[in-house]
Design a protein. Structure first.
Length: 82
């Protein structure tokens, strides 16, 4: 992927995260499960940081790991396995 295409995808992903944070997240009625269990930043904040640091394509593994951690925290909050 060319540098300009990668930067475009990064900017698009960051805009989508900002839109989610401003318009959708406040209406869903609950916070990030990982942040609720472990503290620290929400998944959207963490993913935005990963994209800014590494880029969307290069950081995709870290993003997937973060969402997997959030899923485990969600399951723990719901009484499933941690």
């Amino acid at each position: 992927m060319t540098g300009s295409a990668s930067r475009f995808l990064d900017a698009l992903a960051l805009r989508a995260i900002r839109f989610y944070g401003r318009h959708l997240s406040p209406r869903k009625g609950f916070c990030c499960a990982r942040a609720a269990v472990h503290g620290g930043e929400s998944c959207s904040a963490a993913v935005a940081r990963i994209i800014r640091d590494d880029g969307l394509i290069a950081g995709r593994r870290r993003v997937a790991e973060r969402f997997a951690e959030c899923r485990q925290a969600h399951d723990a909050l719901r009484g499933g396995s941690p």
